[in-house]
Write a new protein. Sequence first.
Length: 308
Amino acid sequence: MRQFMGQFTGQFTVVWRFLAGLVLSLSPVPVLAQEDNSDELPNQILTNITTQKILYGILAVLVAYGSIYIIQAIANWISERVPRRFRLITKQSIPFWKALILLVMGFYLANLFFKLSESNVVAVTGTIAVALGFAFKDYASSVIAGVIALFEAPYRVGDRVTISEHYGEVVSYGLRAIQIQTPDDNLITIPHNKTWTEAISNANSGELEAQVATNFYFSHDVDVETVMTILYQAAYSSKYTQLKLPIVVVIQEKIWGTQFKLRSYPIDARDEFIYKTDLIRRAKAAFAYEKISYPSLMQLGLMEEDED
């Protein structure tokens, strides 16, 4: 609720700042007073603005954002109760409904305050472009990027993404920005216009599963076959593993020893860290039973130099 109210307050302020700026920009300018039709321009474009219309406009904004909150709450509630494979599909519908509601609200407000003839639409569009260019350049850039992202889908609600060194699950897709929840339970807001300049890494791209890579380190003289067998058994025996997707062990030879990387998929990407912990716990128990040696302190020093 607190998260939604923060989004609502910010977006509500921007909407009304924009409308106020638009109305002021359409009012007569002293420099143009010498023109015969300067006083007629606002009357040609704007309807007769009354207190009743202003109240209707405020009510429309409140209803729109109230509807967004209700739809978001219902979609989140349904997503946790439908079969697992439909969870992300349900959540990913939220941005569409948000955009639809805001579009309807925009048309209603435009019809309420403007005379929408063909010539007026052209004039209002030009005025909006000027207003956005001067006052809301960054905001407009983020909104446009958000609309484009709906079609290109570099990220969707439920995706696990890395943007500007921030990693987490996309939990909210707003008009201006997305919010991702990090493994440390921090909520980070990232504007959509980051898609213009930043590389976006998406771990699952709308799918329920995301690959998890778990690293293990051993001495050069380790029994490779034994380690690989243990890692495969750890993955196949974990209750979190999606057995329909491939399980692979990749070996890399380093100066300090041998690195084994277990690549596998949890059934649900949200279980990423629980899954990795379960794999490590199972594997280490088997390594201890087989008395498999880890890199020595000298080798660990070489490992740090290699990573640097």
